[in-house]
Design a protein around this ligand. Structure first.
Ligand SMILES: N[C@@H](CCC(=O)N[C@@H](CS)C(=O)NCC(=O)O)C(=O)O
Length: 244
């Protein structure tokens, strides 16, 4: 039956101990684990086949390709009957939306800048992202890809700012989520979709082998570091439910 058929999660390759270079892919996989749904993670070869031409996207047994982490989660939650946000009141839903936008539409760009722009970080990103490609591709692809990311950063705005301004903004984002989490185990006081998002973006910032101001800013909040460790212990430690 379509409702129980396995889900194929198409994503970018694993990197630095994370299942994907992309926090949006990590988010969907984290949610699948929280939801207890069987899935198969596959690495895209070439350009994404999704309608948005972005990753992540899922491929369902009936051939549908669904893009956008939020849409993927909403669609699967409805079709598989696993709504982690069921019962949340409007205030909690509003808070979840605000946290999600902060992480995905603001902190995300600081993470991208951190990986692609500072020369010492780029030297590592370049190898981690492209080093496995065959032939001359590890030399040809990175400058083109980097130009694309710089262009996107310029359009978004961070590409027009200096390092200090970007770091200050990211520090403020991290202080905000740290304050909202406080001593709670979850930002909404119970497991919810926003947990998958918060975990994904924190780990995407903490896990790269950089000792930069953004890693230090995240590590300066022990509750955020503990949150990631707790999430991994609770939701990611065992094997993923197998697709039958
Ligand atoms: N809103 C999308 C964002 C996904 C996204 O930005 N993915 C990036 C990788 S982190 C991507 O595919 N970028 C390729 C491009 O922009 O062409 C989601 O939630 O899935």
């Amino acid at each position: 039956m379509a409702e129980t058929a396995p889900i194929i999660l198409w994503q970018s390759p694993p990197c630095w101990g994370m299942p994907s270079t992309s926090p949006f892919c990590i988010k969907v996989e984290a949610w699948l684990r929280m939801a207890g749904l069987a899935y198969e993670a596959r690495v895209i070869q070439g350009l994404p086949r999704s309608p948005t031409r972005k990753i992540p996207y899922v491929e369902l047994a009936d051939g549908r390709l669904i893009a956008d982490s939020g849409v993927i989660i909403e669609t699967l939650a409805a079709e598989r009957g696993v709504d982690l946000d069921a019962g949340l009141d409007p205030r909690a839903r509003g808070l979840a939306t605000a946290i999600t936008r902060l992480l995905e539409d603001h902190l995300y760009w600081a993470i991208a800048w951190d990986r692609w722009v500072p020369p010492a970080h780029w030297a590592r990103t370049r190898v981690a992202y492209f080093g496995y490609l065959p032939g001359p591709l590890p030399w040809l692809v990175p400058p083109i890809a980097r130009r694309g990311v710089r262009k996107a950063l310029f359009g978004q705005g961070f590409g027009r700012m200096g390092e200090a301004a970007i770091v200050a903004r990211a520090e403020r984002d991290l202080a905000a989520v740290a304050a909202l989490l406080g001593d709670e185990e979850h930002p909404l006081g119970r497991p919810a979709v926003v947990d998958a998002t918060l975990y994904a973006f924190l780990v995407a910032l903490l896990r790269p082998p950089f000792d930069g101001p953004l890693q230090r800013a995240a590590a300066a909040h022990p509750n955020l570091v503990a949150y990631c460790e707790r999430f991994e212990r609770r939701w990611l430690a065992g094997p993923a439910p197998a697709a039958k």
